[in-house]
Design a protein around this ligand. Structure first.
Ligand code: SF4
Ligand code: SF4
Length: 260
C-alpha cells in the first residue's frame, strides 16, 4: 500500500475562478451539466453530481443595504468527494465497482457499475450520483490515472491560488493546522478545519477543508456518520430472529407429532 494521499482545500484563498471544475471536466471527459443561470446565485453548476465532480460554491454573505450593496461578499469553496476513511458507498456496492485504491482513495469503475444506485443514499455527503442518460454512478476519482503516472490531480494542478493542495494526507493535515493557527493570529477566529479529524463519524476524510464559517453554511453536514455503521448489528439481529423462527417451527412440528 502506498502512502495515503489526499486533498486539502483551503477555502480562505479560493477566488471562485472555477478553473478546478473545468480542469476536472477536461481531464476526466465529464460531460456538461447544463450551465444554467440559476437566479439564486452566480454559481452556474449548483452542486456536486454525476457530471460535476468538483463544485465551486458561491455563498453570498448578506450586508446591510439593498441590491448590490446588500451583498457584503462571497464565501467560495471547491467541494469534492471526501474519500472517507469509512466509506459507506464502498460498503454497499454489490458489484465491486467501488474500490479503495493503493493511495487510500475511493474510486468507482464505470465499466463494472450496474446502475443499482445503492451507493447514492449511502453517502453521508450526497456526493455520488447516477447519470440520468445511462444510470451508472459517477464521482471524483482523485484523478487515479494521473496519480498512477506520478502526477497531481487536474483540479489541484489548475488552481491558480493553491486553494486545492494535493499530497500525503498526514503532511496536509499538519499544514492545515498551521494555516488555521496563522489565520487565528491574523484575527480570523472563524477559521476551522472540516473532515480532518480521524475521530469523527467517518474516520476522517481523505479530502478535507479549511472553512470560514459553520459547515452548514457551505451545505456540509456538521456531524457526518458512516451510514453502514449499524449494519453488522442489524445482520446479527436478523440472524438471531431467523434462528428463533426456525426453532419455533421445529417445536410446533414436534409438538404436533406428540398430539397425534
Ligand atoms: S463522500 Fe460519499 S461517495 Fe465519497 S467516499 Fe465518502 S461515502 Fe463515498
Ligand atoms: S481553481 Fe482554485 S481558486 Fe479557482 S475556483 Fe477552484 S479552488 Fe477556487
Amino acid at each position: 500500500m502506498a502512502e495515503r494521499m489526499g486533498f486539502f482545500t483551503d477555502t480562505s484563498i479560493c477566488i471562485g475562478c472555477k478553473a478546478c471544475e473545468v480542469a476536472c471536466k477536461e481531464w476526466n471527459d465529464v460531460p456538461d451539466d447544463g450551465f444554467v443561470f440559476r437566479a439564486t446565485s452566480y454559481d452556474n453548476t449548483g452542486s456536486l453530481g454525476a457530471d460535476t465532480w468538483r463544485h465551486v460554491a458561491f455563498i453570498e454573505q448578506p450586508g446591510g443595504g439593498s441590491g448590490q450593496e446588500g451583498v457584503e461578499g462571497w464565501l467560495m469553496s471547491s467541494d469534492v468527494c471526501k474519500h472517507c476513511t469509512h466509506a459507506a458507498c464502498l460498503d454497499v456496492c454489490p458489484t465491486g465497482a467501488l474500490f479503495r485504491t493503493e493511495f487510500g482513495t475511493v474510486v468507482v469503475q464505470a465499466d463494472v457499475c450496474n446502475g443499482c444506485g445503492y451507493c447514492v443514499p449511502a453517502c453521508p455527503y450526497g456526493v455520488i450520483d447516477r447519470r440520468e442518460r445511462d444510470g451508472r454512478a459517477f464521482k471524483c476519482t482523485m484523478c487515479y490515472d494521473r496519480q498512477l503516472g506520478g502526477l497531481e490531480p487536474a483540479c489541484a494542478k489548475a488552481c491558480p491560488t493553491d486553494s486545492i493542495q494535493f499530497g500525503p494526507l498526514d503532511e496536509l493535515r499538519a499544514r492545515a493546522r498551521e494555516r488555521v493557527e496563522l489565520l487565528h493570529g491574523e484575527g480570523r477566529p472563524e477559521a476551522r478545519l472540516y473532515g480532518a479529524d480521524p475521530g469523527d463519524g467517518v474516520g476522517g476524510d481523505g479530502a478535507f477543508f479549511l472553512l470560514l464559517d459553520e459547515p452548514e453554511v457551505y451545505g456540509l453536514p456538521p456531524d457526518p456518520v458512516v451510514t453502514t455503521r449499524d449494519l453488522p448489528a442489524m445482520w446479527r439481529w436478523a440472524a438471531g430472529a431467523a434462528l428463533s423462527m426456525v426453532g419455533v417451527v421445529a417445536v410446533s412440528f414436534l409438538g404436533g407429532g406428540r398430539i397425534r
